[in-house]
Design a protein around this ligand. Sequence first.
Ligand code: IMP
Length: 408
Amino acid sequence: MNTVIIGAQWGDEGKGKVIDLLAADADVIIRYQGGNNAGHTVICDQDEFIFHLIPSGLLNPGKLGLIGNGVVIDPEGLLKEVGQLRGRDIDVENALKISDIAHVIFPYHKKLDQLEESSREGRSIGTTGRGIGPCYVDKVARCGIRIVDLLNEPVFAEKLRHNLTEKNRLFKLLYNEAPMAFEPMFEQYCAYGRTLRPFVVNGVRFLREAMQQGKSLLFEGAQGTLLDLDHGTYPYVTSSNATAGGACTGAGVAPTAIDRIIGVVKAYTTRVGEGPFPTEFPPELMDSVRTRGKEFGATTGRPRRCGWFDALIARHAVWVNGCGSVAVTKLDVLDDMPMIQVCVGYRVDGKDVDQFPSDMSVVARCEPVYETHAGWMSDTTAIERVEDLPKAAQASWKCADHSIATVR
Ligand code: IMP
């Protein structure tokens, strides 16, 4: 059984928890897009782990993990995480594999990310500043440097020299910034290449052999559908395909290899960074849910914007990803709410909207249409079966589910 887990909102849905649960039945866990902009938090035996690049399912002993070709890799961040796993006595050298054709993040990508953000003046995206966008830009422009290049020093030297010359020209002419030096960067990344060499594999072959041996694969999506480069709230998105289709291109498996797709939603909605957010809470509610739900970015520590559950975006996500089921997280954060609102659609210019609009200026003007439900006002943290949830919690979810399901 090969499963893709995707975020059905703006990321931070609690995918790490669902992945950790499903990893028990999987053999290989794969990251297929994004980079260390992601932060998957897993609490295991009272210890908290935040994974940015390494598939979080690797916390389960005996599992294999692959960082697929669709991921952009910051070697410095990756090696820090490798150290974190070694500290847990996980045989990371044998467990972790890295695709040889994944692209590499360089210091000039991070610098460009930050310079571009500050030059956007009032139109900033609110990126994580990790160099993700500029690295994908180089990939698309066909001048990116891949893991395989780090292992071939003469080829690497030539590519890096070319890229650095171009970037330094940009720094000087566009941003009036000091140039970056070739030699120390080259030496440092050659050293990363030597350290990473034992992990590097041909990802396509690795997964083909795993499938031929009957192993089951778990594809760990990062970010969420509304941050997808194509299907999200463009331009307030990340630079990769966070939707299920990204699993095929970002890992090198065929669509026919995927057996099921599970979407993860939070019982409310959050987003980090800029961009329209129709169900965003007013300030008082924002503070209480943010505190109760510990809604601070796992990567940057930024406070997350919070709002009511939005079935319209969940519906969009279910359709675009082909989710056969949806996992709901953090319902208990709403335990103390006397009243719950579920957004079942939008209205704009007096008209009903039943499809997530493509024009972000329209999304910014959309008025959510809410169904209001009584809160359940009781502790749900220890409940293990849906049937045991308070009736009011079941009613709220039924309303959301019905609204999502209208397109299935
Ligand atoms: P970037 O991926 O750093 O370029 O940031 C682009 C947008 O995606 C920003 O709004 C970020 O806040 C958002 N973003 C990136 N990664 C995550 C994540 O893991 N969770 C939530 N938002 C994210």
